[in-house]
Design a protein around this ligand. Sequence first.
Ligand code: ASP
Length: 445
Amino acid sequence: MSEHIVVAKFGGTSVADAAQLRKISTIIRSNPERRFIVVSAPGKRFPEDIKVTDLLLTCYEKAIAGQSFEAELEQIRLRFREIIEGLKMVFPLNDEIRILEQSLLTDPQRDYTASRGEYLTARIMAQYLGFTFVDPAWCICFDEDGHLNSVMTSRTMRASLLPLNHAVIAGFYGADMTGRIHTFERGGSDITGSLAACAINADLYENWTDVSGLYAADPSIVENPETVEHMSYRELRTLSYMGASVLHSDAVLSASEMDIPINIRNTNRPGDAGTTIMRHLPSGVAKNPVTGVSGRKGMTVVQIEKVMVSDGSGFSALMLDILKERSLPFEYCLTGIDSITLVIRSSLLDSCKEDLFAEIRSTLNPDFIGVRENLSLIAVTGEKATESSNANIRVLERLTEEGIELITINQGAGKLNLLIGVPEDRYEDAIRAIYAYRQSHSHAG
Ligand code: ASP
């Protein structure tokens, strides 16, 4: 058997019905290195459809409210019946549904209920493929307060998976020492995949979804944006943080710690190479100075002025302490000679603005506090930018040529790594202008 090990995770749309499961079986069987398969629960088949996890959660809500959940339970049964019949399988579905129904009637538990979509999908897939079924309740270890115990999980998963040739693992959940089921956040099957890949030190973590990778810009703003072939973990974290999300951020973090490449692939277009995310980009990849651009609206800039802020008297540290004590996160903080600039999400600032400014005035005695609202923050990353491309300057030039005001600019050290504050009503124009600059280099080779 090949030494190369691939963990392949299939998301909700990839397991949405029997036709999708047949597609993923072909994908899995086409490469014997795909030894460990992680599945989500069936997701949406069409835009108005309801995810099985949402149906399960409604059952739970109704159960604890003492209402009937029969209609939702029946929809869940029908989703799985279509799968089993479509795959021409014999599977004890009615027994499984009865167990779930009993638990809801006697001792409804939110996480246990929510996890049943992944549990059933994994059992069905394991049987269909002839792989071993791995219940993560045996090997993904939570503390009783619902936090993942990563050290124990890594050890237990490794011991459970490595002896197996091929296995299907249910995504999204694990259990504590008492056997109680705990789920991750929504979208958490990505984390299961990443944990499995890390535990066995896989050579590759494939994440199969319904897009052929990460777009270089938001497709709702730019028509038919290119997908990025390669990017670094850092670039993915930056672009995802700013809204371009295809993968759960915790999954990226653990894969990056172990330096396991992640390949985002499209179940409906398996021939597409997708996006590969790794620590060091391979030599010979296209040298486009801009990897991608994303952003968020709804930001406020706060400017605190005081003569010689940067004289080492700890003004900035005191300012950050005030934010920390209030658990008020900020997007970034720039310290100048006579001022500090903070960018904060308006939704977080609005409720505490007056109090916060009063505290800053009394503690720091600033010369002036200025506020500018209705700002968007745009992230531009480009680890492939060469020094000669002057990409940071060119990006800013493009924006000024479009007449877009640059309210704040934060240029991180290293390659292209810009955070730019622009007026919210020019957000889309700014994204298009930066994407157009990227495309002017898209055949740069
Ligand atoms: N089924 C869960 C959800 O809908 C987890 C996942 O799909 O990753 O959020």
